[in-house]
Design a protein around this ligand. Structure first.
Ligand code: HPA
Ligand code: ZN
Length: 334
């Protein structure tokens, strides 16, 4: 079963590129940029990755990103992640990036976007890696700051497919960013938002109705609201669920209590994702394997999760057909 999961062609739709920065690369980039880290070595960094909630993680995640200054730093981080995609049969990925984490330190948004896109182009040229970018606004910052970020990003619009909303959820409801998302939608971008990770089902309703999102990131708290569940099923709104992340951030006490298979069985369009793999103990295959070890996941369910990942993606219908054919071929042979 584990070999089946590892070989399964899949797409990743919820991945923060800054959350893929492994401690080894963090130290290497910090050293070459003269940015000191408050840790003596890689082991100390890993030992600090124990979180009781989202905010404890975010504090350390923003600290780690401070080593990133130059285009090459963003390139190296992104290329390393795309190589993991290749190793794990993640044949398409849609990566979040957080420009404000960098522009607030004086890094130009163009430096960030050029580093990311150059890595994506090289991975595409070298092994045909398919990838897209989604720009995320930090919801703990103001509406004005998000508006300014969108203004700075629009000259690079051809490099990203949509906008998203991440960072500290509770106390920062989607409605705070309704006008920013309206502008992004008017510019022809798609939208997604983190909702229902720590925040209440009401935030999922707002993301759908006010931000017009095409997918909900996390969304696991939808199970508390029957009318919302029905809407998500009826409209087949995808949820980008992140099992290992949810355990590391104590959204569920243990993997055996995770509701991902219950949501799948009820007919929601659920997908599996790694969120911040360098911080949460694994990439896509580690997520599938952790589920398989703790939950009664059948081969058919794993295949459905992979199928959902392509169908829920922002690929064109032609591209979806091509990648789904690769999945079907794999399933015929395994
Ligand atoms: N939730 C909110 N913000 C984030 C996350 C997450 O899981 N990962 C990186 N930023
Ligand atoms: Zn996330």
């Amino acid at each position: 079963m584990q070999d089946f999961l590892k070989g399964l062609p899949k797409a990743e739709l919820h991945l923060h590129i800054e959350g893929s920065l492994e401690p080894e690369l963090m130290f290497e980039i910090g050293r070459r940029n003269g940015v000191a880290l408050p840790f003596a070595n890689v082991e100390e960094v890993r030992a600090a990755y124990e979180f009781n909630n989202l905010q404890e993680f975010l504090d350390i995640y923003y600290q780690g990103a401070q080593v990133l200054l130059h285009e090459q730093d963003f390139y190296d981080m992104t290329f390393a992640y795309l190589q993991r995609c290749r190793e794990q049969n993640v044949i398409h990925t849609e990566m979040f990036f957080d420009p404000q984490t960098h522009t607030d330190r004086g890094v130009d948004i163009g430096v960030v976007i050029r580093g990311l896109t150059r890595a994506m182009e090289d991975a595409e040229a070298q092994w045909g890696q398919s990838s897209k970018l989604i720009l995320c606004f930090l919801r703990h910052l103001s509406e004005e700051a998000a508006m300014e970020t969108l203004r700075q990003a629009l000259p690079y619009k051809q490099h990203f497919v949509g906008v998203g909303l991440d960072s500290s959820e509770v106390g920062h409801p989607p409605e705070k960013f309704q006008r920013v998302f309206e502008q992004a939608l008017n510019a022809g971008l798609l939208s997604v938002a983190h909702a229902g990770e720590e925040g209440p089902p009401e935030y999922i309703w707002q993301a759908l109705d006010l931000l017009k999102v095409k997918r909900i990131d996390h969304g696991v708290r939808c199970i508390e609201d029957a009318a919302l569940m029905q809407r998500l099923i009826d409209e087949q709104i995808p949820l980008t669920v992140c099992p290992l992340s949810n355990i590391k951030l104590c959204v569920f006490d243990s993997m055996s209590e995770h509701n991902i298979l219950r949501l799948l069985e009820k007919g929601l369009k659920v997908t599996v994702n790694s969120d911040d793999p360098a911080y949460f103990g694994g990439y896509m295959n580690e997520n599938f394997i952790a589920m398989q070890e703790a939950l009664p996941m059948s081969k058919e369910q794993a295949a459905q999760l992979a199928r959902n990942s392509f169908e829920a993606s922002f690929l064109t219908s032609e591209e979806k057909v091509r990648l789904l054919a690769r999945l079907d071929q794999y399933l015929q042979n395994h």
